[in-house]
Design a protein around this ligand. Structure first.
Ligand code: ATP
Length: 329
């Protein structure tokens, strides 16, 4: 039987006049994933979401949710999907509880009262349930938008830059809630500028640039495929270039006359035997005395910069490879 991903986007292109906002994008999202779409301002993230959620209808290509076409079967897909947009999407003169009741009514949801109560409690809005929404703080409004998107129990939730401009406490709370949603069975598709957010939350990460998908990879795979580990050694005395050359490391950068940074692209589990021990042995036989050692792994931020650089250089190497369908892996 053919595998049906929860979201399948094929050859999606959206133009506004001469501008191609989304350019021939293929991607699939599996049920149960947290999927992050990263990209700089204007990359086309919101446009892509809008095509999936029915806010934009004129595009080329095909988008299906649970096998249903988002244009031909819109009444079905609209129910499967929840969207938290960047901009406020409720009337400031409505009470929070009413916002949820109206939205539930729009979807013909019965027994929505109890769900609304639970959502308001989960998002610490219970006390404000009967306050006019224009009196809520910015963070509270944002939380209410998430409640609104969840009231009809969508299976796929889109969060368009959920933590832009929120404080660290609310960000952590939202992150915890996103994980909980996923654990309870909702698939989450988020867009973000924040690499840290994608790194913390997402199972898979896609990067969009000028409307094109330039990378699609698992979070862990991304780090092990492109990530580097580094070891920084500070010596007790200055180290000459000759001595550095004799250490025979593949990638070494001088930070100052006494400090060297060695980079490796190897699995952490084999790194000690294959790279670090031989290096320390050579340091020892060179008679160099170590004052301090530090080490770590490159972050997604470094990887993101690498990927962006390669795109700008229009590198002929197909790097990184785009994998449209995780089921093929
Ligand atoms: P940001 O991170 O800044 O929100 P984004 O990645 O979400 O950016 P989009 O909002 O999708 O980017 O915009 C992609 C491009 O399409 C931009 O150049 C934008 O100006 C353009 N665009 C979006 N909507 C329209 C529209 N309705 N009419 C004309 N151009 C549009």
């Amino acid at each position: 039987m053919m595998h049906t991903p929860l979201l399948r986007i094929e050859r999606l292109t959206k133009t506004y006049g001469d501008l191609t906002a989304v350019d021939d994008v293929d991607l699939s999202v599996e049920a149960g994933e947290i999927f992050a779409l990263l990209g700089p301002n204007g990359a086309g993230k919101t446009t892509l979401i809008s095509c999936v959620c029915g806010m934009v209808q004129r595009f080329t290509g095909r988008v299906r949710v649970a096998g249903f076409d988002v244009r031909d079967d819109y009444p079905v897909t609209r129910r499967l999907v929840g969207v938290v947009p960047q901009e406020l999407n409720f009337d400031g003169f409505f009470k929070a509880r009413k916002v949820l009741a109206y939205q539930a009514g729009f979807f013909g949801k019965r027994r929505a009262k109890a769900r609304a109560r639970r959502l308001l409690e989960d998002f610490r809005l219970a006390e404000k349930a009967d306050a006019n929404t224009r009196w809520l703080s910015g963070g509270m409004k944002r939380r209410l938008m998430i409640c609104k998107a969840l009231i009809h129990e969508p299976v796929l939730l889109f969060l368009d830059e959920p933590t832009a401009g929120v404080d660290v406490e609310l960000r952590d709370e939202l992150w915890a809630y996103v994980r909980r949603l996923r654990d309870e069975g909702t698939t989450v598709f988020l867009t973000t500028h924040y690499l840290e957010e994608a790194e913390h939350l997402a199972d898979r990460i896609a990067i969009l640039r000028d409307g094109k998908l330039v990378l699609l990879e698992t979070n862990a795979g991304l780090k092990s495929r492109f990530g580097q580990r580094w070891l920084e050694i500070r010596f007790q005395e200055a180290v000459g270039d000759d001595a550095v050359a004799r250490l025979g490391a593949d990638s070494v950068r001088r930070l100052d006359d006494r400090t060297l940074r060695f980079s490796y692209r190897e699995e952490p589990s084999t790194l000690a035997q294959s790279a670090i021990e031989p290096l320390l042995n050579r340091i020892h036989s060179e008679g160099l005395r170590v004052a301090a050692i530090d080490g770590g792994a490159s972050s997604l931020e470094d990887i993101f910069r690498q990927v962006m650089r390669r795109e700008q250089d229009a590198s002929p190497v197909p790097f990184p490879a785009v994998r449209p369908n995780p089921a093929d892996n």
